[in-house]
Design a protein around this ligand. Sequence first.
Ligand SMILES: [Zn+2]
Length: 318
Amino acid sequence: MAEPGGGPGAPHRPVLLFETVRLLAPERGGLFVDATLGLGGHSEAVLEASPDTRVLGIDRDREALKLAAERLSRFGARFRAAHANHREIARVVREAGEGEASGVLADLGVSSLQFDTVERGFSFRQDAPLDMRMDASGDEETAAELLARLPEEEIARVIYEFGEERRSRRIARWIVERRERGEPIETTGALAELVARAVGHKRGDRIHPATRTFQALRIAVNGELEGLDAFLETAIDLLQTGGRLVVISFQSLEDRVVKRGLRRLAGQCECGPRVPVCSCGARRAVEILTRRPVVPTPEEAEENPRARSAKLRACSKL
Ligand SMILES: [Zn+2]
């Protein structure tokens, strides 16, 4: 099947493109906010779907914005971009002079570009400085700085909570012991090797033993889970009646936050029977369109390894 915006062999193919477009329903026209523009693959498909769509793309990565702007230049004024965090979506939409949106899309995975940019220290397959910041032009702490500063228990907590790594305490102890010897961890290679030695490589492990630790640091460095609930609420507020929200996440913690957030927005109270008055903020604002998360077909997972852990959830505003 020919894919809009991608095509066989196209670099950086967007994840779950067909399902994303189906659920955003861009044939309705209007404004679509791509809160995590990345290289603009999803936005391209939305713009191609109807001459009546406009896209406002947001990304905190200036390099990605530049590449997306080039890719989407043929759509002229129908595409605009803004350098911001997806959590600033309300401000960006307001400053663009826009009102209600037909759709909002958030692809919470680290963009393909970032995975490929070895210098930013996202990958442990090649040795690079341990950075991991999504906005490399900012002055936030890098992963190396985080590991140099945090106390051992904090490092363990980050690795356990954001990486779901059971051997987090052991890894944290090794990191701190090394730091105390005056050898701070400054490269992806050094961290990958330390974790592999700390936890050992089990036979039959499909993933590198450092995968969960790297994921945890990436989330901690970029504050990825903080504000996700608030983002969902804000996105729903921006939608017109019948407008669609599509969220793609790439790890179970994120997907859990999205699942619960959408349920709450659909009016399913989570307070439990012992709480006399609802305090979870449940309100009936949306209809959930994906009873189960949409995941890639075996074919997509085979062709695009980045898509493997993707889970898509969508809702429609009432
Ligand atoms: Zn409640």
